[in-house]
Design a protein around this ligand. Structure first.
Ligand code: ADP
Ligand code: AMP
Length: 217
C-alpha cells in the first residue's frame, strides 16, 4: 500500500504519519528526514542538499527522485510518503516508478491549512535529531523541557524553522508544490482533503475515517 500525504510545511504531515504507520503497518518515508540523515552522515547527497535546505528552497528533482525511489524499494512499496512528491516532475516520476513495479498510489491525503497558522507551528517546532520525534513549544510539549520523551536526546530547533527561512519555505510551497494537488486532480485521482487546523487527535481521526472508508469500498 502506498499513501501520499500532501500539505504545506508545518501542516502536520510528520506528526500524522507517525500515527498512520502504526495503524496501517507501513514504513514512514519522510524525504526531509532522509535528507537530514544524509547531512548528519556528511554524505555527498547531504553536502549537495544543505544549501537548498538552509535557504528554504527545494533540492533538485533528480537527486530527490533517485533517493526516494531507493527508499520506496527498501520499504517494498508499503509506505507513507511525507514531503514527496513536492513538484509536478517528482509526481510524474513517482507514477512511472510505481507502474514499473505494477503498483499505484492507494490514497492521496491533502492536509489543508491556512498560512497564518503555519508560521507559529514551524517556528515553535522542536525536533529530536536522533529519533525524529516532533514537539511544539505550545501545543505538544515534551514531559521534560528540551528533552525527547522517546529517546532522551536533546531537542533542537531546525535551522530552517527560523522565521526568515520559514517565509521562504511557504513561498516555495505556493510556487512549486501546491501544483502537485492539481497534477493529481487533472489525472482524475481522488484527493482526500483534511482540515488540518484541528487538533492532532481530531486530524488523526479524520484521516483514519477517510482511509478506512477507502478500504471498505
Ligand atoms: P510537517 O511535517 O507537515 O512539516 P509537523 O508534523 O512537523 O509538520 O508539525 C509542525 C509543528 O506543528 C510541530 O511542532 C507539531 O508538533 C505541530 N502540530 C502538528 N499538528 C498539529 C495540530 N493539529 N495542532 C497543533 N499543532 C500541531
Ligand atoms: P521537510 O522536512 O519535509 O520540511 O523538508 C525539509 C527540506 O528538505 C525542504 O525545505 C527542502 O529543502 C528539502 N526537501 C524535502 N523533500 C523534498 C522534495 N521532495 N523535493 C525537494 N526538496 C525537498
Amino acid at each position: 500500500m502506498v499513501i501520499v500525504l500532501l500539505g504545506p510545511p508545518g501542516a502536520g504531515k510528520g506528526t500524522q504519519c507517525k500515527r498512520i504507520v502504526e495503524k496501517y503497518k507501513l514504513v514512514h518515508l519522510s524525504s526531509g528526514d532522509i535528507l537530514r540523515n544524509h547531512r548528519t552522515k556528511e554524505t555527498e547527497l547531504g553536502k549537495k542538499a544543505a544549501e537548498y535546505m538552509d535557504s528554504g528552497k527545494l533540492v533538485p528533482d533528480q537527486l530527490i527522485i533517485e533517493m526516494m525511489v531507493g527508499a520506496i524499494e527498501s520499504a517494498k512499496g508499503n509506505c507513507v510518503l511525507d514531503g514527496f512528491p513536492r513538484t509536478v516532475v517528482q509526481a510524474g516520476e513517482l507514477d512511472k516508478e510505481l507502474s514499473r513495479k505494477e503498483k499505484k498510489i492507494d490514497a492521496i491525503v491533502d492536509l489543508v491549512i491556512d498560512d497564518g497558522i503555519l508560521e507559529r507551528r514551524l517556528t515553535g517546532r522542536r525536533s529530536c535529531p536522533a529519533c525524529n520525534a516532533i514537539y511544539h513549544i505550545d501545543t505538544l510539549k515534551p514531559k521534560a523541557e528540551g528533552v525527547c520523551d522517546k529517546c532522551g536526546s536533546k531537542l533542537v530547533q531546525r535551522t530552517d524553522d527560523k522565521p526568515q527561512v520559514v517565509k521562504q519555505r511557504l513561498q516555495t510551497y505556493h510556487q512549486q508544490t501546491a501544483a502537485v494537488v492539481g497534477y493529481y486532480a487533472d489525472n482524475g485521482r481522488k484527493i482526500l482533503d483534511i482540515d488540518a487546523e484541528k487538533s492532532v487527535d481530531e486530524v488523526a481521526a479524520l484521516i483514519t475515517a477517510k482511509l478506512d472508508g477507502l478500504k471498505a469500498k
